[in-house]
Design a protein. Structure first.
Length: 77
């Protein structure tokens, strides 16, 4: 499945695997396919707490930003 940007891979090399990472993906994001992000994390052995934000598209309106902020474990430390 192609996205509008036709992104098939990330052209960056992970040079560091931070100990704690959170990844938030929109359930309705049609611009970047979630499977590409998940595959990148897996292939590069990047440990991440992955959360899908129901109803969120590619943009990040304030209500979704607030939901991400409230769900983040790292921001609560």
């Amino acid at each position: 499945k192609k996205t509008k940007l036709d992104i098939k891979f990330f052209d960056i090399k992970p040079v560091r695997n931070f100990a704690r990472i959170e990844t938030f993906l929109g359930s309705e994001d049609k611009l970047i396919d979630k499977s590409i992000t998940l595959k990148f994390l897996e292939e590069n052995k990047i440990k991440s707490d992955i959360k899908i934000i129901d109803g969120m598209e590619h943009r990040l309106p304030l209500n979704y930003f607030e939901e991400i902020y409230n769900k983040s474990k790292l921001l609560k430390q």
